[in-house]
Design a protein. Structure first.
Ligand code: FAD
Length: 309
């Protein structure tokens, strides 16, 4: 790659774990109804044979899915060979309530938590007021989890700046604090500007952060929906991406092909740059992610040959 974009080589930038075989993780949302539960489980079963490093289950805004998240991760522990990572937020909850959830996860056999602060209610990017009796941020939450049990702890990272943060350098300081508190992996917010991501990662590594970082890959399931989601998160949606999807509103088959090709190209470039762990936002659908993984070479192991008679 051009030195104008980055002074670091692929291994230095990608950090611990780079050069390893490709490894993937999948993010799901807890279902609301029995119908959406069936859809989720169809996706889980389809993606399970790809042997992901872990599968994560989100926690609804303000803990609104607390029980559903718990049920879903418990079912993953009980009925699959997958390793679940339960998302957990601390916004709008007391420490005692959050600690109870953490202990509940440990007792259910969950060994990995994605520790997040959560968004201020109704104000993504607005002012956040921590509860006096709660964890103030994801750093405090990480320390709280670490004090309870030896979980693997993933945390969020924002290559294009968290909406409340004054700068990406501040975001890196926050990441360092989370690592000092016990975080073992960072998963990034989705992005489409790979050069900006690589420059950001150079700064992360130059700051001495060595934990693995999984780039968060968002396949474009629906371009209008993506733009709606990206805006408040402060994630630029590039003109080339809009151009790819322009005029395809009534052509879902072509949209799928374009979406797969965009994600494959992104992952291939990141792979060239030394990244080996990719976290896919699935929206509880397997089709696109399954196809992307196949092209990247992530496949189910071959069935064992039957012993010769
Ligand atoms: P923090 O790391 O605590 O940072 C939040 C903000 O506070 C940042 O602007 C940071 O710069 C600032 N900050 C942190 N520490 C300090 C300090 N000491 N002093 C001053 N400022 C500080 N949300 C959900 O509700 N449910 C989910 O399941 C969920 N999953 C996610 C998964 C991933 C991979 C990512 C990247 C995000 C996810 N989110 C989820 C969204 C997340 O909750 C929001 O982005 C939230 O606004 C920030 O969470 P955080 O853990 O990064 O917070």
């Amino acid at each position: 790659m051009s030195p104008a974009i980055s002074a670091l080589g692929p291994v230095a930038r990608a950090g611990v774990g780079s050069g390893r075989p490709l490894s993937v993780s999948f993010e799901f949302a807890p279902p609301k109804t029995s119908k959406s539960e069936a859809v989720l489980w169809e996706a889980i079963r389809r993606l399970e044979p790809l042997a992901p490093q872990f599968v994560s289950v989100t926690y609804g805004a303000g803990g609104s899915t607390r029980d559903r998240t718990h049920r879903t991760v418990s079912r993953i522990v009980g009925e699959t060979g997958l390793k679940p990572a339960a998302h957990l937020t601390c916004v709008e909850a007391s420490r005692a309530e959050v600690d109870e959830v953490i202990r509940g996860y440990w007792d259910a056999g969950v060994r990995h938590i994605v520790a997040l602060r959560g968004d201020p209610p109704g104000h993504l990017g607005g002012a956040y007021t921590p509860r006096p009796d709660g964890y103030a941020n994801a750093t405090e939450l990480t320390a709280g989890i670490r004090a309870i049990a030896p979980f693997e702890i993933s945390v969020g990272l924002y290559p294009q700046q968290h909406p409340e943060s004054p700068s990406t350098s501040f975001d890196i300081d926050v990441l360092k604090a989370k690592v000092d508190a016990g975080a073992t992996r960072a998963i990034t917010q989705f992005f489409f500007d790979i050069d900006a991501f690589l420059r950001f990662m150079d700064k992360v590594r130059a700051a001495g952060v060595t934990i693995p970082v999984s780039p968060g890959i968002m396949p474009v399931y629906n371009f209008a929906g993506l733009k709606k989601m990206a805006g408040p998160c402060g994630i630029p949606v590039p003109a080339w991406l809009a151009n790819h999807f322009e005029g395809l509103d009534d052509d879902p088959a072509t949209r799928q092909l374009v979406a797969a090709s965009v994600a494959i190209e992104m992952c291939a470039r990141l792979r060239e740059e030394g990244f080996s762990d990719f976290h896919f936002y699935t929206f509880n659908r397997a089709d696109l992610v399954y196809a992307i993984c196949r092209v990247l070479g992530v496949r189910e192991p071959p069935a064992p040959k039957e012993a010769a008679a």
